[in-house]
Design a protein around this ligand. Sequence first.
Ligand code: GDP
Ligand code: MG
Length: 369
Amino acid sequence: VRSFSEAASIPVATVLRAMMGMGIMANINAELAFETAELIATELDLQLMLKETETLEDELISDIEEQEDDPDSLVTRPPIVTFLGHVDHGKTSLLDYLIGINVVSGEAGGITQHIRAYEIDKDGRSVTFVDTPGHEAFTEMRARGANVTDIAVLVIAADDGIMPQTEEAISHAKAAGVPIVVALNKIDLEGVDANRVLSQLTEHQLTPSEWGGEVEVVRTSAISGEGMDELLETLLTIAELNEYKANPDRKALGVCLEAEQQGDRGVLAKLVVQNGTLSVGDVVVCGPTYGRVRAMTNTLTGKPVEHAGPSTPINLMGLESPPGAGDRFHVLSDITQAREIAANRADAESRSSLSGVTTKVSFENFQEM
Ligand code: GDP
Ligand code: MG
């Protein structure tokens, strides 16, 4: 260990720490097998490299993120609305009704498997809706720094009231700091007691506006369509008050909601553009992958789209491999640079998972001692 430390000009303590990280307890006089020395060298080298690449890339991307938009360049963008709530309370049905299709009946076991995102037009004003399999997806995306939601619609079935997942959804929406609108759903069912749910809401510091509070409660039915116009109007009013803006003239950035490899056809990624405009031919880096936008389609109609502006959900073809849900994407001018950043991130990811394993091993070894 001593000779290795001298030869590599690395302090003995650093060598010992690296060995410990690999699950090897040793001291300065220990004999090192050549293979072990090689491993330690790799381990130390990797740690140094990791630091360098991360900072270079972080700088470039944070420059893009922090690029200020000239106030004159800002235009109103549609609000991005996410449905949250207890399973079976009607999130998917409400979205189905709004877009006039029926996904619920085709779902395996009635459970939403995919994140859906659609832009809906109402008298020339748009709303982008996101329906997730559960609020895990919402939380996961927030954990990755992808706050994709402007307004949360808390869906509560009137016959069931506030349930455990409703409570979780409330805390997620509060943590995200977004306005909450309640869809008091299944209002068509016989004998439902809306007042019971209103008082439950009050107990959760979500006092309905009809009771003098701040929260709009819209009575809805995804079956009869009752309240659907009112829900849309309420969302558009909140959007107007909050003046959500973006700059369509800058290079696009946003979030990947979901992606999959579609056999030979390549990778299909569902993205939401948050700022700027994404165009066919653009170079994109998204999490640990990259590519040139080969084609984009409207998530609702499937029709080809050349340009996607702020708040637009889009299906995109052209990435090398599927990014993860919640990975942010950025448009760069140079494909070589995009490839490098993606490769660095992929490296860093596999390294951190590797070092995760070694840390665990060493911890167990440590306990055994
Ligand atoms: P999700 O798990 O929140 O997405 O809930 P779904 O949209 O899958 O709905 C669960 C069940 O409730 C389905 O059988 C729907 O048909 C039914 N449902 C949804 N909305 C309503 C409604 O407004 N009224 C009634 N009567 N049933 C509804
Ligand atoms: Mg659903």
